[in-house]
Structure formats: C-alpha cells, structure tokens
Design a binder for this molecule. Structure first.
Ligand code: MEV
Length: 436
C-alpha cells in the first residue's frame, strides 16, 4: 500500500497504472475490467469522466421501467435505476393493481427550501436584533445579481429571519433563510445566496455603531443549505372500497386488518419503521437516481422527517373508515428537473423525457408515488405470502450468473423453479445435478 501526492494531476491511464500497481497487483483482471466499462463513444466517456474527479471507469446500474402508473389521471411509465432484483417488479405489480381502482392521487403540500448562516455573537441579543432589522434589506440588495434569474422563473428568497439559539449553544445565532427554487434543486443558488448573506452580515456589522463601540462583532461560522426540507413536501394516496382488496369479503377484511396493523407497527416500532421506510426508499431512490437527483440529500432529509416527532416512524399511513381503505405517504422531496446532471447525463435526459419533461412538482408527485407503490407491494407480500417467494424468484438470475450457468442451464432452471421454491441451495443442487 502506497501514498501519493498529486494523484488528481495524473492522466486517466497513469491513474489506472498507479492504482493497479499499488492496490490491485493481486487482481490480474483489474485493468481489463476497468476498461471493459469504458464507453466506446469517446465524447460520451469524456462527459462521464468529467462528472467527478479521478474517474477510472463507469459504474453501471440497471435502468428499468415500471409502467402503468396512473397519477392524477395521467399515465406514466416510471424510469428506475436500481440493482435490487425485485424492486421494479414490485412497483409494476402495485401500479397495475391500482390502475383500475382510480390510480394514485397526489398533492404538493409545500416547496420551500431552507438554508442557514450559522454565526456566533457574544454581545447583547437586543443589539443584534436591532442590527438585523436595520440591515435586512441589504441582504436582498447584495444578492440581487444572484436572484435575478431565479426571480424571473418565479423563485427567489422567501424570507430571512434571525434566530437566537443561545439556549442550546453559547453565542449561537442563525439567519434562517427560506427559498423557492422552482424547477431547480437549487443547491448552488441557495448556497451562493447564503455565502453572500454571510459576507453582508460581517461587512455591515463592522460599520454598525453599537458593535464598533463595544468591539463585539458577529462571526460567521458557516453558510449552508439544509437537506432537511419538511416544507418541501408531497402527499400521494391510493384508496378503494375494502371489498376490492380480496376475492371474497372475508379475504379482503383479513387483508386490510393485517395490512393496517403492519402499517401501525411501523408507526410505533422504530426497528420495523427503518425497514419499512427502506422499502419505500427502494422506489424513491430509484427514481431520484434515474432523474439525476441527489439521492444522499433525499435520503438524509427523508429520514430526518421520519424522526421529526422524536421517534423514528413510518412515512406511510393507513385509514379504514366506512368501508373505504386509504393508504398514503407524506414525504419531503427537494428535486430538480433543470440544472445539475439533468441537462448533462444522456440517460437522465431520457428518463425525464420518458416522464414528459416534468416540472419539479410533477417529479415530486411521481417519486412519492413510486415510494408508496413500493411500500404497498412490500407490505402486501409481507402480510400474505412473505417476501422471499417473489424475491428469490427475481434473484434466481443472480444466483445462476454467480455460478456461470450456460444458456441451457438457465432455461432449464427457470422452468424448474416455475413450480419449485427458489433457495440458494436449491439452485446449487439443481446445477450440480445438471452438471453431473
Ligand atoms: C427489501 O429491500 C425491502 C423490504 O424489506 C421492505 C419492507 O420490509 O417493507 C421488503
């Protein structure tokens, strides 16, 4: 194992030489694999190389499609980038199930994003308050060149408030700033505004009489958006008469009883809630990735929201009243359909085109629906057949690939497992039998 300085300045081939020599010498196939995943179209490869630093190859995920989603009366085929074998099948099953029951209905509950200037001040809070009220217009003036284009699109800075946090941390204050970023995820816009606010705060403080006379000035610690966006919120819902949820009334009632209890368990039991929400994120992340959005930001914000009442809890909820079954999700999703990767990555552009070039609000709706559908499919399986049956069926190909099954072996295995339960050992046994 070796150290290096100036790695980023090496050419791509030099980087590959260095990494294979120093860290992969025990792995003879390394260079072949790295190069196998290069795109033959050099311009396209260069585009991917430049998305990030020190690129040596491309890391593929399957891009699949879950069709038959009726959302607010419109039909969608949803692009999903995901490696987990059963996710797209589950989404497709759920979309089809709800297709003849009115489909999915959605509502945007808010689109506000948040950022902070975190700063310290050890002087009198009243003096800071007076100062803030006096200089507040200057924050808007100093960011006019940044906000001009965003305002043309209907967005901009919504508000700037001074928050005293000294009860939680000595000398800690914030500018709590809210933004509307329309169709952009808006991270660059928000952070540029916040950094300007920070500069304005310090510059104005230096010439503010009561601070200069005391020699006590605010000190900016950092300026950064928050990925916690509880006011950038979307709701998606399905509903139908209980009687439509089983072949007989008795079966339907049993299903609804068990399904509802499963959701309530996820509402009060964090161990279950985490897995429950993980299943929701199977759907959400797959759409977020396919549409070139930041899945780490979405994940962080969603889980913080799930814990907002002090205990981690389910993102989905259920209600049964007067014979009507209602199942819904409320989830914060700060997504963009312009800027970032959306105009750069050809598959992201294709995914957005597949969704008819949605606004960010439409993408919030679609993504929340993918999460709700995923959760419906997972809980449906859990309270009826269990998940392993469907899961292992989808996983069969992965096991066959792992054992380098031939085309003939695959065909025979798929046929055999139409009527037999797929387990890892059952697949191995079958392969051994075929090979002996
Ligand atoms: C697996 O990726 C997701 C599930 O565990 C979700 C759930 O348990 O609800 C099936």
């Amino acid at each position: 194992m070796s150290k290096i300085s100036g790695f980023s300045k090496l050419t791509k081939l030099q980087k590959i030489d260095w990494i294979t020599e120093h860290y992969l010498s025990h792995y003879p196939k390394a260079k072949t694999i790295i190069k196998q995943y290069w795109n033959i179209d050099e311009a396209l490869q260069k585009l991917h190389d430049e998305f990030t630093e020190n690129t040596i190859s491309n890391y593929y995920l399957p891009l699949g499609v879950a069709p038959n989603f009726e959302i607010d009366g419109k039909l969608y085929a949803i692009p999903m980038a995901i490696e987990e074998s059963s996710v797209i099948a589950a989404a497709s099953k759920a979309s089809k199930f709800w297709l003849d029951k009115g489909g999915f209905k959605t509502e945007i509950l808010g689109t506000t994003k948040v950022g902070h200037v975190h700063f310290s001040f050890s002087g009198k809070p009243e003096a800071l308050k007076d100062f803030f009220e006096q200089v507040k217009p200057q924050f808007y003036k100093d960011t006019a060149s940044i906000t001009k284009n965003m305002e043309k699109r209907g967005g901009g800075i919504k508000d700037i408030a001074l928050i005293d946090k000294t009860e939680s941390l000595d000398n800690y204050f914030q500018l709590y700033c809210t933004f509307e970023t329309v169709d952009a995820m808006g991270a660059n816009f928000i952070n540029s505004c916040l950094e300007q606010f920070g500069q304005t705060l310090e510059a104005e403080a230096k010439i503010y009489d009561s601070f200069t006379s005391e020699g006590n000035y605010p000190e900016v610690i950092m300026c950064i958006l928050s990925n916690y966006v509880p006011e950038c919120l979307v709701k998606a819902e399905v509903s139908c008469p209980v009687s439509q949820l089983g072949k007989t009334q008795e079966e339907a009632e049993k299903f609804v009883r068990k399904f509802s209890q499963a959701i309530k368990i996820a509402e009060i039991e964090p161990y279950r809630a985490v897995t429950h929400n993980k299943g929701i994120m199977n759907g959400i992340d797959a759409v977020v990735l396919a549409t070139g959005n930041d899945f780490r930001a979405v994940e962080a914000g969603v889980h913080a929201f799930a814990a907002r009442k002090g205990q981690y809890s389910s993102l989905t909820h259920v209600n049964v009243e007067d014979g009507l079954f209602r199942f819904w999700i409320e989830v914060p999703l700060a997504l963009g359909t312009i800027g970032g990767l959306t105009s750069l990555h050809p598959l992201v552009k294709l995914s957005l085109a597949m969704l008819n070039d949605p606004s960010s609000k439409d993408l919030m709706r679609i993504t929340a629906v993918a999460g709700l559908a995923q959760n419906f499919a997972a809980v449906n399986s859990l309270v009826t057949t269990g998940i392993q049956k469907g899961h292992m069926k989808m996983h069969l190909m992965n096991i066959l690939n792992q054992f380098e099954a031939s085309e003939k072996e695959r065909t025979e295995a798929v046929d055999y497992f139409k009527t037999n339960t797929v387990t890892h050992s059952a697949v191995i046994n079958l392969l051994e039998k075929m090979r002996s």
